[in-house]
Design a protein around this ligand. Structure first.
Ligand code: KIV
Length: 272
């Protein structure tokens, strides 16, 4: 009996084929209920290691563990049925060697059921990307501003502003594409560089803080919903969720204190 992957679920190869076509829509999610809402609208959901900052209030993504990624990856897979789910490999779980990366990626894919993993790094990760892809693991790469390298980059800053920096990021894009990545997140680079990379490589570029010149876009869900207390300058807020939560909680607190908290009719009252 031939068993096919879930036909309803977008696969990495489907994203790969979208190069130069209809723009690819992506957002992060770390939990089942938001994943269920996004699922209708996005091509892929990233379980990003930004969950360390967004869910846990950490200052960087560095403390995030493989276990944290797996737990939230499972939640997102439960909540979604259509979008490709990509799970970040966290800092320290893949950089040491291709076989180290393979063991981590296999755990993530077996324990979550996700369709791909993402790794940060360009030329330095090319050998690892090739190793994973050759062994059946679809890999999304991430270049430019790579948050796991915040300490060597000297902060969360736009990358590739000068000629040498731009050439290095361009070489990173070519390297991950040649190594077999199915798509590449390009973060925090100027528009001209994003446009040059997008025109030059055969895989889709997914921009974040990298202008509209990419094949698709990704944002951190809580940033665009207006829930995150501070967001990068490039983020457009499509909602005001923090205000909505605060006013709802305020109304609830007011009613509880005034003893006007409405008891649902007839639910806990003895039957007459
Ligand atoms: O961790 C994350 O959410 C990411 C996106 C910002 C691309 O890597």
């Amino acid at each position: 009996m031939a068993i096919q992957p879930d036909p309803a679920r977008t696969m990495a190869v489907d994203i790969r084929k979208r190069k130069g076509g209809e723009p690819i829509v992506a957002l992060t999610s770390y939990h089942a209920h938001t994943a269920a809402i996004l699922d209708r609208f996005v091509d892929f959901i990233l379980v990003g290691d930004s969950l360390g900052m967004v869910m846990h209030g950490l200052k960087t993504t560095l403390p995030v563990t493989l276990e944290m990624m797996i737990l939230q990856g499972q939640a997102v897979m439960r909540g979604s049925s259509r979008a490709l789910v990509v799970v970040d490999l966290p800092f320290g779980s893949y950089e040491e060697s291709p076989s180290h990366a393979f063991r981590s990626a296999v755990r993530v894919m077996k324990e979550t059921g996700c369709g791909a993993v993402k790794v940060e790094g360009g030329r330095r990760m090319a050998e690892t990307i090739r190793f994973l892809v050759d062994r059946g693991i679809p890999v999304m790469a991430h270049i430019g501003l790579t948050p796991q390298s915040v300490n060597t980059l000297g902060g969360f800053k736009v990358q590739g502003r000068d000629q040498a920096g731009a050439e290095a990021i361009f070489a990173d894009a070519e390297a991950v594409s040649e190594a077999g990545a199915f798509a590449v997140v390009v973060e925090g680079v100027v528009e001209t560089l994003a446009a040059t990379i997008t025109a030059a490589i055969p895989i889709p570029t997914i921009g974040i803080g990298a202008s509209a010149a990419c094949d698709g876009q990704i944002l951190v869900l809580e940033d665009m919903l207006g829930l995150s207390p501070s967001v990068p300058k490039f983020v457009k807020r499509y909602g005001t969720l923090a205000d909505h939560i605060a006013s709802s909680v305020e109304a609830y607190a007011r009613e509880v204190k005034a003893r006007t908290f409405p008891e649902p009719a007839n639910v806990y009252r003895p039957k007459a």
